[in-house]
Ligand binder design. Structure first.
Ligand SMILES: [Zn+2]
Length: 68
C-alpha cells in the first residue's frame, strides 16, 4: 500500500535510433546535430553528413526541376 510509485522519465522523441536514408548508417542515440533532417511526403528522413552533402544537390536539383 505504501509503495513508492516509480516514474520513469518519458522518452524523448528524438532519442531513438535513426538511420541514414541514403547509406543506412545507424546512430543509436538520435540524430547528431550534424545530420540533416528532410521531410518528404510527410515522412521524416535523416541523412548523415556525407550523404547530406551528396544529397543536397539532388534535393536542389529536384526542386529546380519541379518548379519548371
Ligand atoms: Zn549516409
Amino acid at each position: 500500500m505504501d509503495q513508492p510509485t516509480p516514474r520513469p522519465a518519458p522518452p524523448e522523441p528524438d532519442r531513438r535510433a535513426v538511420v541514414c536514408a541514403r547509406c543506412g548508417k545507424t546512430v543509436p542515440d538520435g540524430p547528431p546535430p550534424t545530420w540533416t533532417c528532410s521531410v518528404e511526403n510527410g515522412i521524416r528522413q535523416y541523412f548523415c553528413v556525407d550523404c547530406a552533402r551528396a544529397n543536397l544537390r539532388a534535393i536542389e536539383g529536384r526542386l529546380d526541376s519541379s518548379w519548371w
